[in-house]
Write a protein that binds this ligand. Sequence first.
Ligand code: 5CA
Length: 159
Amino acid sequence: MSQQLSTSAQRVQNALQTLGLSVQVVELPDSARTAIEAAQAIGCQVEQIVKSLVFKAKRSERPILVVASGSNRVNEKVIEAEICEPLGKADAAFVRQHTGFVIGGVPPLGHSEVLETFIDEDLFQYEEVWAAAGTPHAVFCLKPDDLPRMTGGKVVKIK
Ligand code: 5CA
């Protein structure tokens, strides 16, 4: 049977359940704080790790979520063209404030507010991918096809 999840991981589990997805959040003994660590802890390719990266739109100061394949670097120009304003970095406090989660555990769903979201098209080449589930130790496995519904995001070429 599954163990009791931490409060943050349970929040993600509840969000998945609300969407009707029968996905189980698991807490790993090893740290999965970064995409590389997560891939090692899970035993999958780093490309199969879903990075949930929060940026701050420079003019409006609104949060923008980019859900990217673990090995990809986000080309800010692509996102700037989508949101029609420059993209800036988010600090840890901004991430916490707008998602309710700490960096290293930010999940693609279940945030404290609705975030405008972009999804990396490269994730769709894998049958299964893994995302953070609220803490640097919690992850869940999902089908990339579930990401648009999970996040309300738009699929783009982020590289
Ligand atoms: N748990 C893993 C994957 S399952 C995870 O959350 N990886 S991640 O890539 O989605 O989150 C770590 C990311 O947080 C890094 O790639 C980096 O872009 C971002 N990050 C790390 N430190 C900071 C910081 N000080 N400020 C803003 N973003 C940061």
